[in-house]
Design a protein around this ligand. Structure first.
Ligand code: 5AD
Ligand code: SF4
Length: 432
């Protein structure tokens, strides 16, 4: 019988891909298979996120309850960003944890899984030339890292301290990985990195400098690949060349993440984001002009220590002007090592909650309005998953989830769908 691995993944898409890599390494080198049932697992891994404080606080109580309910012989590993950040402290506080493996040290899993007490958390460990096996959950799409780490110094963000300096992955490695997935039936690729459009500034194998726009062009030449998506780009690096490629390359999915963080130029300066309110509006307007069907998502932090009510109104103003299709909103959370940690806050927790609520309510109105506009349109959907009640779901080119009545034969196909109804987050339609 094979050994069973249970992985719980928190955080971002980079972390989800790291979990897939952990699984594929443990499968190939150690004979593990995945289980959804923690109680039968021989190895339990928590792949942690440290971007906000709450999940980090909860980690130790969670570990305690896992330790009580697991099989006695089962091992526990803590991986990911909180592993990078807390390192040995995790084993000191929870001595039953068998190993700690930081983000960006994933390829070491095979060496440490059987070494009780191992801690491998080098935040600048260079995995940019390591080829991981694929272990995607979907046959029809794949995710590929294009860079690791982050060279920005956003003053609220812990990531540079958990994922280290930015290194790009050589483009021939990326292309051969995408090609392999396409040969296996994938039609869509998601390119991942903390700051994807800074791609090509530094390689560790001596490859010459390149650019994200060039990478997009090169990847789009792969025959059989239909859709290219990417996250996260930085608004500062959205130059005209990139926007033109985004708008005109038919293989690039017309959905884009533009993490605003704040609409106030003063707060953006305090956050060290490198752009102004005007720059952001200019870029978003240009993208909407060139690509009318584009969907723009964003991240917003309310309650940054220096955010006055006027500053917050600038954020509301940008939301009103851009009308984001999706907003991921957060209350500022002070993080260790970050520059903002030492700032004295002028925003009470109650006020921050009020601002958060205001963003949520305004966004709901925009979502309803934007989603409603799809009714009656015919759009192309890549179907991926069978759902309950005889439905099949997939995603439009601009990344809205669409449901239709149907069966297996739709899976992996890109099909025209006439939209008949809309909720705030999904569409329903009929195959035509
Ligand atoms: N507090 C709140 N939100 C944060 N984010 C990053 N750091 C913090 C923090 N200290 C948010 C940003 C980022 C997203 C991944 O998480 O909006 O874009
Ligand atoms: Fe992802 Fe950042 Fe969380 Fe790490 S800290 S898992 S990079 S969101």
């Amino acid at each position: 019988m094979s050994k069973k691995l249970f992985i719980q993944t928190l955080g971002c898409q980079m972390n989800s891909l790291d979990s897939e890599h952990l699984l594929s390494e443990l499968k190939t080198h150690k004979g593990y298979t995945q289980t959804e049932d923690m109680n039968e697992a021989d190895l339990i891994i928590i792949n942690t996120c440290s971007v906000r404080e709450k999940p980090v606080q909860k980690l130790f109580s969670e570990l305690g309850s896992i330790n009580k309910s697991k099989k006695t012989s089962a091992k526990i590993g803590v991986c990911g960003c909180t592993a990078s950040h807390l390192g040995e402290e995790i084993i000191k506080k929870a001595p039953y944890v068998d190993f700690v493996l930081g983000a960006r040290n994933i390829s070491k899993i095979k060496d440490i899984v059987d070494k009780k007490g191992s801690v491998e958390v080098d935040i600048n460990y260079d995995e940019s030339n390591y080829t991981f096996g694929s272990n995607g959950h979907s046959l029809y799409k794949t995710s590929v890292n294009i860079s690791i780490g982050c060279d920005k110094e956003c003053t609220y963000c812990i990531v540079p301290f958990t994922r280290g300096d930015e290194i790009s992955i050589p483009s021939d490695m990326i292309i051969s990985q995408v090609q392999k997935a396409v040969d296996g039936g994938a039609k869509e690729v998601m390119l991942l990195g903390q700051n994807v459009n800074n791609y090509g500034k530094r390689f560790s194998d001596g490859s010459p400098k390149s650019s994200f726009t060039q990478l997009l062009k090169d990847i789009s030449h792969i025959e059989g690949l239909e859709r290219i998506r990417f996250t996260s780009p930085h608004p500062l690096h959205m130059d005209d060349e990139f926007i033109t490629e985004f708008a005109t390359n038919p293989k690039i999915s017309k959905s884009i993440h533009m993490p605003l963080q704040s609409g106030s130029t003063k707060v953006l300066k305090d956050m060290k984001r490198g752009y102004s309110k005007e720059w952001f509006l200019n870029r978003a307007t240009k993208i909407r002009e060139l690509v009318p069907e584009v969907r723009i998502s964003t991240d917003i932090i309310v309650g940054f220590p220096t955010e006055t009510h006027e500053d917050f109104l600038d954020t509301i103003d940008v939301i009103e002007k851009v009308k984001f299709d999706q907003i991921f909103n957060f209350k500022y959370s002070p993080r260790p090592n970050t520059a903002a940690l030492t700032l004295e806050s002028i925003v009470s927790d109650e006020e921050a909650s009020k601002r958060l609520e205001e963003v949520i309510e305004l966004h709901k109105i925009h979502q309803e309005e934007l989603m409603h506009k799809n009714i009656g349109k015919t759009i192309k959907v890549l179907f991926e998953e069978l759902k309950a009640g005889g439905e099949v779901s997939g995603f439009s080119d601009n990344y809205i989830q669409v449901f239709v009545k149907g069966s297996e034969e739709l899976l992996g196909q890109i099909v025209d769908v006439k939209i008949t109804s809309a909720s705030r987050t999904t569409l329903k339609g009929e195959v035509i």
